[in-house]
Design a protein around this ligand. Sequence first.
Ligand code: PHE
Length: 405
Amino acid sequence: MSGSEADRRIPNQHARTRSRMSIDEKTSKTLKDLGAKSPEAIGELFAGVTSALESERKALIASGAGDERERSQKVKDLRDRWLARKGGLVSLIDENWLKKAPKELKPAVGRAFNQLRQLAKCVDTESLLRELSGGAAAAQPAAVAATRGARPSAKQGRLDLTLPGYRQPLGSIHPVTQVMREIEDIFLGLGFSIESGPEIESVYYNFDALNIPESHPARDDWDTLYVNSETVLRTHTSPVQIRAMEKHGAPLYILCPGKAYRHDNPDSTHATMFHQVEGLAVDTDISFADLKGTLDYFARKFFGDKIKTNFTPSFFPFTEPSGELSISCVFCGGGGCRICKDSGWIEVMGCGMVHPEVLRHGGIDPERYSGWAFGLGVERFAMMKYDINDIQLFHQGDVRFLEQF
Ligand code: PHE
């Protein structure tokens, strides 16, 4: 026999001897006595212990354990055999295998020992009694039985696989986002593209560039939440008009959805934060007729073909002429009701022809180009579309409200 063959045989011999020993014999010896020198050999040893644990537990349960007294005696015996502090198999393994293990094998033995300790919970008194009264569930492997004890749903120790699982509620798209996307889709279909700008905006873009100088009374209408003397939370999405003109020049067809902030007292139609969609078209030969035609098309696409539109004069410093678009009341069809205050019309957005000064601030020559713009409140559109009477509902995050969309 060559040296290398002999080397190969020795562990095999040990393995054979080991497997012939009873579990009680094995646990009274050290790993060295058992010839277990490698993590594999240790794995094998612990596997033997686990299967002994498992078969002893199954045997007890299969026996049905007779009457009350016999049952509690058998349960106690098995529990003590494995879990008794003094002389229990788990303690012996701790003493003889883990504590006396050579340094290099300690981690492997420690890991295996911890697993065993977990698994051995299946022979504590409580688990065994539960198993014995659980009938069919007794067939489950030890690992399942051991973890099951912790579950509140394990009524009478039985795992009821017919119980429904935990429901993970699905979220939905916020109604404001839904309406915003719907508006975007209509304008994307007309060849517009989407722009965005900062919500913390400079006073210049929010006011001055839009033809609202500091001295102008119109500034009061939008007077707002200042971060410092040069910075505000934007009061409307109109500053994006200037930013887009500076960035892309003309011709320009953009839509800007986003948040706006105002120093308003909250009530059923006002909120300090709300959403707007801004529209801007700049090209050669753009007229008020283009504005009317486009917004009429948009209103009918959004609210339905029966809707009629009406333009009334208004004032915005950044448009000239300025207008207000109204639609025939979606609630009464134009006959007059409480919501349209008996007028038959509801104002839905501000609009107008871009002021030449604003084009100039955006770096576009007002002699060559003209444009129109509009700005609408998204919450207001959503309120009309879904018949919602309080704007605050959108921002409270109440699932009972949100899950309806
Ligand atoms: N920015 C205006 C507002 O917030 C709306 C508007 C936009 C009006 C564009 C005209 C043109 O009320």
